[in-house]
Design a protein around this ligand. Structure first.
Ligand code: FPP
Length: 241
């Protein structure tokens, strides 16, 4: 990547809502799953771009708690795509020193997929390259509800005093507990909403809603957005000195 395309102060953590696969496929007269397969191919290029751009954490929204409402064919196709992606990409991800984590509720996922997810997390557990987090059966509200349940269990067990619960406490129970908050959240496909993604964590994130459909998203576009991020003034509710 040319030096002038590298952001000076880039985002450390980029999170992406990969939207538009269905419309991309439809525009080509193909079934929706064709778009999801094209979308999965984009992940590799974007991951490589993160390394180039100095992005340390990449979090991608692959399947939401609401996506179960899609047709059985699409849901089964996506689950099979996740299994295939993990199986096919494991070697390359590990060789590239990528550390992979999954967030979301695994209870509803099939055992074979969960085993593959666990194995990939373990295999890449000591890698210190780009930290890739894949959200599967993830919903921000569901995550906060599950975290609250665990927190309440600790209170009931006498491990936590309710008066000590503050803004620092809840994040320790979230799926993302070891990750920094996202600096930049990108949503492709022209929709300007966050659809239950990283609700707690993105309180002060910068947002980019772009028209590109996810299967058309490129490393160059990510570089442009990261550069734009570098020019933003993040005040976190304060005023400039
Ligand atoms: C939203 O587009 C996309 C999804 C629900 C699935 C996202 C999955 C991938 C990009 C591929 C798999 C990823 C990995 C990590 C293997 P949409 O179907 O809602 O598009 P539409 O709004 O045009 O219908």
């Amino acid at each position: 990547m040319p030096e002038e395309d590298r952001p000076k102060v880039g985002p450390r953590h980029v999170a992406i809502i990969m939207d538009g696969n269905g419309r991309w496929a439809q525009a080509r007269g193909r079934p929706r799953l064709f778009g999801h397969h094209a979308g999965a191919k984009r992940v590799r290029e974007v991951l490589e771009a993160c390394e180039d751009l100095g992005v340390e954490y990449l979090t991608i929204f692959a399947f939401s708690t609401e996506n179960w409402k899609r047709t059985q064919t699409e849901v089964a196709g996506l689950m099979s795509l996740f299994r295939r992606y993990i199986t096919q990409e494991t070697k390359a991800l590990n060789e590239k020193n990528v550390r992979v984590r999954f967030i979301g509720d695994r209870v509803r996922l099939d055992n074979k997929l969960v085993t593959l997810m666990d194995q990939l997390e373990t295999l890449t557990g000591d890698n210190d390259g780009v930290q890739l987090t894949i959200a599967i059966n993830y919903g921000g509200r569901d995550e906060v509800a599950r975290a609250t349940r665990r927190l309440a269990e600790d209170v009931a067990a006498g491990k936590l005093n309710p008066v000590d619960v503050d803004e620092e406490t809840l994040p320790r129970y979230l799926d993302t507990r070891v990750l920094p908050d996202p600096d930049l959240v990108i949503r492709t496909s022209g929709e300007a909403r966050i659809s239950n993604f990283l609700l707690w964590q993105s309180a002060y994130s910068e947002y980019e809603f772009i028209d590109t459909l996810w299967p058309d998203f490129t490393a160059e576009e990510l570089a442009r957005l990261c550069k734009g991020y570098g020019a933003r003034d993040r005040r976190y509710g304060t005023v400039k000195a």
